[in-house]
Design a protein around this ligand. Sequence first.
Ligand SMILES: *[C@@H]1O[C@H](CO)[C@@H](O)[C@H](O)[C@H]1NC(C)=O
Ligand SMILES: *[C@@H]1O[C@H](CO)[C@@H](O)[C@H](O)[C@H]1NC(C)=O
Ligand SMILES: *[C@@H]1O[C@H](CO)[C@@H](O)[C@H](O)[C@H]1NC(C)=O
Ligand SMILES: *[C@@H]1O[C@H](CO)[C@@H](O)[C@H](O)[C@H]1NC(C)=O
Ligand SMILES: *[C@@H]1O[C@H](CO)[C@@H](O)[C@H](O)[C@H]1NC(C)=O
Length: 357
Amino acid sequence: MRPRSLRPAAALLLLLTLEPQPSGTASLNGSKWTYIGPHGEKSWSKEYPSCGGLLQSPIDLHSDILQYNASLRPLRFQDYNMSASESFLLTNDGHSVRLNLPQSLHLHGLPFRYSAVQLHLHWGSPSDPRGGSEHTVSGKHFAAELHIVYYNSELYPNASVAIDKPEGLAVLAVLIEMGPFNPHFDKIFSHLQEVKYEGQNKSIPGFSLEELLPERPHEFYRYHGSLTTPPCHPTVLWTVFRNTVKISGDQLLNLETALYCTGRDDPAPQEMVNNFRRVQKFDERLVYVSFQQVPGLTYAGLSLGVILSVVLAGALGICVVLAVSIWLFRRKKSKKGDSGKGVIYKPAIKKETEDHA
Ligand SMILES: *[C@@H]1O[C@H](CO)[C@@H](O)[C@H](O)[C@H]1NC(C)=O
Ligand SMILES: *[C@@H]1O[C@H](CO)[C@@H](O)[C@H](O)[C@H]1NC(C)=O
Ligand SMILES: *[C@@H]1O[C@H](CO)[C@@H](O)[C@H](O)[C@H]1NC(C)=O
Ligand SMILES: *[C@@H]1O[C@H](CO)[C@@H](O)[C@H](O)[C@H]1NC(C)=O
Ligand SMILES: *[C@@H]1O[C@H](CO)[C@@H](O)[C@H](O)[C@H]1NC(C)=O
């Protein structure tokens, strides 16, 4: 059973961890958003109007809205080789577990240069087999989802300025499935017990972020969307990797059970579960994809599978028509033969009967 208590989580906004809120007033009321209850996602837009606005994320990625785009360049990661001597601060922010990242980690391959801010995860709960990813593919949820958040450091001085500006943010999303034990993700997961309660933090050894990415990272979905948590600013250029990474069942269970949304001494502790936003409407937008599926997408947005089926069905149809024609032709010919024989034979009968007569 999920605890229903909804003591508001403290004022820790997703991106504004290292910096004070840029426009002070907006944050004071806003901190108490949750995923369930009276401050759940249906109520977010009351205090965060953008959450009820345009270009919201996450979305369902399905073939109707996908378009292959040959001009999408692969991402390049600069300074991703963090040595273990550097450290990252791991924090429970009351909504997720977050790892603050150094701004020296740059992302290239987008229209601007972006610098790292933080990463965090979204997940489900052990009692709910549907999974806790935010993005879905053809309606399917994955077990969990990793977000690596960047701000546009070419146009803006820091993340808190960039957060509500055009082209301000870029997020990389990694879909997570169950599979074998993942030693790379365990560099985060092995410290969850140390940030069990909201507001707790722990310095952990640095590592290369590229270790967290799936195979073939040049295959991705790209679209313009929003933050998936309040304040939901529609300023995010999303890259959702096509391929998943795998973590073990034990690792997933650890993620789903280790953390609380509430502080250490809270009399009504609330488990941190199902911290994912439901998929949003996606009207009149397209998602560009950097890969052509087999069977999959062509330029026209038609699946190769469909085209193949049509061609095969056509060929089969022609064969059937040919076969039937040949059969009919032969039948006709042989009928003609029969009647010919008959013609020859009939007079003979006639002759016979005539003879008898
Ligand atoms: C972010 O940049 C703005 C504008 O330069 C500045 O006023 C603000 O103090 C900066 N915030 C941090 C945390 O550096
Ligand atoms: C917080 O919300 C209350 C009631 O909705 C409102 O009266 C108050 O002005 C808000 N405070 C801020 C700082 O937005
Ligand atoms: C491909 O994507 C770029 C933006 O990355 C866009 O400007 C261009 O129109 C797209 N091309 C097609 C064929 O949709
Ligand atoms: C990253 O680290 C690995 C192992 O330490 C090394 O082999 C590789 O050359 C490094 N790559 C870069 C770009 O520094
Ligand atoms: C980490 O947590 C400790 C104790 O709760 C606190 O004193 C410290 O300021 C926190 N550090 C950061 C960088 O948030």
